[in-house]
Design a protein around this ligand. Structure first.
Ligand code: X2X
Length: 351
């Protein structure tokens, strides 16, 4: 009798193993993440992996590879590699996606989208849909939005309040050419660097400044290198969780639904982390009430000041001067993005 139970158990285990391999899931699905695990972006990736495991009852195992490790640091190659299926999925910035999806540069026109409300209108509106459609046409399946945030200027030399203050400043920018054009238009001296080299560049003073959201700047302790912050919300990089389309289409419907749910929940969590303390109590409350999560730095601006940084909040008039100085960028880049996407974004904002 006991012997029979043993045999039955062995047969059962064997059947389970056969059915798991028949489902054809990989042991590990590799996920590209540009930054490290301690940044909000990285925390969002970890959350996604955990939720996918939970919601698929352990059938799908997503492993985030932080610091663009799968790309040897070449962050701008992520979409190309996911489209080819060399990498399964990614949580990546629209900035890094734009070499394959020029429409994604709609978020990076300087001084175009300047607050969370406009950003949400565009993401959830016709322009956001155009970006997702463009991804699908390039064999990438977008699952959910997340957010790196509005990007702010920091530097070690001068309190930047006008375009004239930027003259000759050596600013590290990501290797997306729209950024080079923008900083040249402002009279600065932009330098392309991958994120993996950028932090060492700040430490060694190879550059005078950089632009990134506070959710990146605080964890990397930018205050050790740069005294001045200009809160200028000059552009934003939403993040997108996306998957190789062929692999996505081959997943059973219940698996797709579970992963999609995980992406949306992780995206909501990560957006709240990125906005915490920058949108009144809204995101702090989402974190507390929905995710039982308390922020370590609930007020990023006060925190930067407490570390000795001089924070300048740009006034509307000051912003206007920067917008005027970067008009030439619009002339060139709206053509690349697609004028119809630009019109859609303007209409989304006007709604
Ligand atoms: O490289 C950057 O500046 C970063 C980390 O913000 C992006 O990947 C866009």
């Amino acid at each position: 009798m006991i012997k029979n139970v043993g045999v039955l158990a062995a047969v059962f285990v064997l059947m389970m193993a056969v059915s798991a391999s028949a489902a054809g899931f990989k042991k590990e699905y590799k996920m590209q993440v540009t930054v490290g695990p301690k940044l909000y972006w990285g925390m969002g990736a970890t959350k996604f992996a955990e939720l996918v495991k939970e919601k698929t009852n352990g059938q799908i195992n997503v492993k985030p590879y932080f610091g663009s490790a799968l790309l040897k640091g070449a962050q701008l190659k992520s979409s190309q590699m996911v489209a080819k299926g060399v990498i399964d999925c990614a949580l990546d910035s629209t900035i890094n996606i734009s070499p394959v999806i020029p429409e994604a540069n709609i978020f990076h026109l300087p001084f175009f989208l300047n607050d969370f409300e406009n950003l949400d209108k565009v993401k959830n509106g016709e322009a956001g849909k155009a970006v997702f459609d463009a991804m699908r046409a390039k064999r990438l399946e977008p699952l959910a939005w997340a957010e790196n945030g509005f990007r702010q200027l920091t530097n070690s030399k001068v309190a930047v309040k006008t375009p004239a203050d930027m003259k000759g400043l050596r600013i590290r920018v990501v290797g997306n050419p729209l950024f080079i054009d923008t900083f040249r238009a402002l009279g600065a001296d932009p330098v392309n660097m991958n994120w993996g080299d950028a932090v060492a560049g700040f430490q060694q003073g190879v550059v005078d400044g950089q632009e990134n959201p506070v959710g990146v700047l605080i964890p990397i302790q930018i205050y050790q290198y740069h005294k001045y912050v200009s809160m200028w919300n000059y552009l934003v990089d939403p993040l997108i969780i996306y998957w190789n389309q062929r692999e996505w289409n081959a997943f059973p419907k219940d698996i797709q639904a579970a992963i999609l749910e995980a992406a949306q929940e992780a995206g909501r969590f990560e957006i709240a982390l990125s906005r915490a303390g920058l949108d009144g109590d809204t995101s702090l409350n989402i974190l507390k009430n929905e995710f039982n999560y308390t922020m370590e730095v609930p007020d990023p601006i006060a925190f930067m000041k407490s570390k000795g940084m001089e924070v300048h909040m740009l006034t509307d008039e000051e912003r206007e001067a920067f917008a005027a100085a970067t008009r030439s960028v619009y002339d060139k880049w709206i053509k690349e993005i697609g004028p119809e996407v630009y019109e859609k974004a303007k209409a989304d904002i006007a709604k």
